[in-house]
Design a protein around this ligand. Sequence first.
Ligand code: SF4
Length: 173
Amino acid sequence: MSEQLDSYYALRNEIDSYVDYLWDEHQNHMACKKGCDLCCLDFDVFPVEFDAIKKQIEKEYPEILKADRQKNDEGACAYLKNHACTIYNARPIICRTHGFPLVNMNEAGDEWELSFCHLNFTNVEDDYFDDENIFEQDTYNSKLFVLNKAYLEANPGLNYSEKDLIPLKNIMG
Ligand code: SF4
């Protein structure tokens, strides 16, 4: 079971390093800071990510497992408290890329789309973004998908299909 969880942590480290690089590149345009929770929504994650996060929470934030679930607004993340993340070191990959310029293939599959938080990049020129300063979200999503598939194959008893997602808040019980 642990091989894919270790691979998940390695992928997460790789993403953290790239996000650090992006922060340096864009620091003059980023409004992201502690206290802003606009991105903190009630996310679902793949089983491999769910189990990796659960394992880390059990070690680093055991009090979370015993606490009553936060009575947050509908649609807000259950781990948000006083506008801050209570599982910051264990937060999922999606939370690590919030606010940055993300590139994804559109639903029709014929065009790349760029998105970022509207509080960031308020005064950049149209040609500001290029291949060297964006986050290719589909690339990393594909890596996570493959990793999750291997995890499910190695653990058939989990009984999930490869597209199943689990609400992150379920770690709290
Ligand atoms: S896990 Fe933390 S960073 Fe991610 S949405 Fe929840 S509170 Fe926000």
